[in-house]
Design a protein around this ligand. Structure first.
Ligand code: AKB
Length: 343
């Protein structure tokens, strides 16, 4: 029987790729929730599209009353730059929204005495390196190191990782009766993501995708970080694959709830060189914004994802060269080509 999958933030960057890939892979009933209705092509891949706010408890109650979910992908979030500008809103969306969804999922799992998987994308924003020399020295950061986030978004994500663990293992631990039915919480810490299909909004790793899309669209771009800035990035198809592989992994293979995943870690200048090689007319300047730079400087230069590789066979398809040469550059070129140039 087709699985029923709830995807929150379905109209966002990861949501687009995930809905498309899931619909290709298997007969599945996707219930898509987002503040904004997705385009017609994405809607056609969904069983139902619900337009609404993740912190609307009545709406979530209604969804549980209507569907028996097998898996929940909770992607809805306010990213780091937006969260820094509106911290209370960030807390409402990123924390209260997650809490309501965890509560809804655990209640359904217990009522029906069956397990429901809950996939949660966290971020390298949970890390907080105190200064650049320490960031350099730390190199690849492992999951339990440097979890001292300096942004509202990073704090929200770290707390929700722990809420997930709580709802799986300890929720209502004082109840007299032990109930069956488990919220099976699985979490990935994503690096900056680069998609050829969508442009992110409200993040601080956005300089890389913004630079690429601006160059392909023939628009000038002022990069808001220094050329030597280095953090990990991942091509969107690998991010989708990581979520699907973690979801499919046997539970007893997982030694942790939260996994780093990485693939390549270019400097902003490396991204610029790749973009310039593909679009020689590109007008890119570097005009660092001290405050946004300050945020990126607290994120690690790379992540140690050896546990994901060992436990569930994580392996990125796209290193830096393949990501640009075989995925990003050809796809953005097609995307922004003038209609009269299209063959
Ligand atoms: C952001 O920049 O906020 C995100 C992230 C690193 O999680 N892309």
């Amino acid at each position: 029987m087709a699985r029923t999958i709830l995807i929150t933030g379905a109209n966002g960057e990861i949501g687009h790729g995930l809905v498309t890939r899931l619909a290709e892979l298997e007969p599945v009933r996707i219930v898509a929730l987002d503040l904004h209705a997705p385009d017609a092509a994405l809607q056609a891949r969904c069983h139902r599209v619900v337009t609404g706010d993740i912190s609307d408890i009545a709406l979530l109650d209604n969804l549980v009353a209507t569907y028996d979910f097998d898996v929940v992908y909770h992607l809805a979030a306010l990213l780091s730059t937006k969260s820094e500008r509106q911290p209370r809103l960030a807390n409402r969306v990123n924390v209260d929204g997650t809490l309501s969804l965890l509560e809804m999922t655990v209640s359904q799992a217990r009522q029906q005495e069956r397990d429901i998987k809950f996939l949660y994308p966290s971020s390298i924003a949970v890390y907080g390196l105190p200064d650049l020399p320490t960031k350099q020295k730390a190199g690849k950061v492992a999951e339990d190191d440097w979890c001292e986030p300096r942004t509202m978004y990073g704090i929200n994500k770290l707390y929700c990782e722990r809420l997930g663990r709580y709802y799986e293992r300890y929720y209502r631990q004082l109840d007299a009766q032990v109930t069956q039915g488990l919220l099976d919480f699985r979490c990935l810490r994503f690096p900056g993501l680069i998609s050829a299909v969508t442009v992110p909004t409200g993040g601080t790793s956005d300089y890389a995708p913004e630079m690429l899309h601006a160059a392909a669209a023939g628009k000038p771009y002022a990069c808001f970080v220094r050329p030597d800035t280095r953090i990990p990035f991942m091509a969107m198809p690998d991010a989708i694959e990581a979520l699907l592989r973690l979801e499919a992994a046997p539970r007893d293979a997982l030694s942790r709830k939260v996994y780093n995943v990485g693939s390549f870690n270019p400097s902003a200048n490396d991204v610029h060189q790749r973009v310039r090689a593909a679009f020689p007319e590109a007008k890119v300047t570097f005009e660092p914004d001290v405050k946004r730079q300050g945020i990126v400087d607290t994120w690690p230069i790379d992540v140690d994802d050896s546990t994901a590789r060992r436990d569930w066979g994580w392996w990125p398809e796209y290193d830096q060269a393949r990501a640009f040469d075989e995925y990003l550059i050809p796809a953005v070129t097609r995307r922004y080509r003038q209609p009269h140039e299209r063959t």
